[in-house]
Write a protein that binds this ligand. Sequence first.
Ligand code: SF4
Length: 349
Amino acid sequence: MDNFHTNIYTWYNINKRDLPWRKDRDPYKIWLSEIILQQTRVEQGKNYFYRFVEHYPTVNDLANAHEDEVLKLWQGLGYYSRARNLHASAKIIAAQYNGTFPNDYKSILALKGVGPYTAAAISSIAFNLPYPAVDGNIYRVLSRYYGIETPIDSSAGKKEFQELAEELIRGQDPGMHNQALMEFGALQCVPKSTKCGNCPVVDSCFAFKNGLVSQLPIKEKKTKQRHRYFYYYLYDMGDSILLDKRSGNDIWQNLYQLPLVEHEKALSDSELFEADHPVTSLQVNIKSISGQKKHVLSHQIIHAKLIYLEVQGNFNNPSPLIRVNKKDISKFAVSRLVEQFLHEAGLGL
Ligand code: SF4
């Protein structure tokens, strides 16, 4: 073992966080934690991890759950496709593998929502297989320590980093190696305010020696963000309101929401007073229009308003919308944005 490995492993043994999914090598729990942590900070992810393990102690329990319930448990974490894929994969494991988590890289990679990074993390941590887990943290550590300037989002960069990572894991304890590097990237060699001062490999770090820490890693493309304009309608029917289930291949698929109209551009309040509301068969009074909320997702920025309507007279249920008693709203999985609007309208979730 060279100094890089020894120093990082020693650092890891002293500094590693006490995380619930590190308590054993149960592949189900490791998988769960890796999916939760794909887009979520560890502190927030922990609570969701506990929640899922409590509700679904085994992969079969998750497979047997209703999707609405899984999405409700996931509420607030965002990137809901993770929850849908988790559920779909649990069903595959229950049906094809008799509830036993597959123990080879290819079968793990074939699960829905599992990419090369997650497959490598599960394979190495749960089954000690020598696959390097290469994510943003690892790109950063390797590009800085070895001074690699190839853009990490180019195909040449991906190949170069992958080959280096494979070389580094060879002959090591794979689970320990991957976790040590990931933790080092998450706690020490962080994107900003990098802790080079007390870094165990500072003496041999290329970026530190050459004043390139803040410039590495290099990215080629900037993510383009799309602006969308959402207008939610809260139909107040006394003891109940209307909810809709999102369908189609779009964000928040299969979550519930207030009836929504999307426009190409932002509408002023006077334009909203003039515009049709989505359930024209209902007689309504506009009670209020909220201020605009900005909700930032990775590739989209949603600008949203809530139009609060008082429904008058008699009405039939405007299918496919669902009439929900106000006290039951919390049973439905909704996006954070809808949750905020409901909360502000006094319909606490
Ligand atoms: S010296 Fe700084 S940039 Fe280099 S590996 Fe350590 S923390 Fe990262």
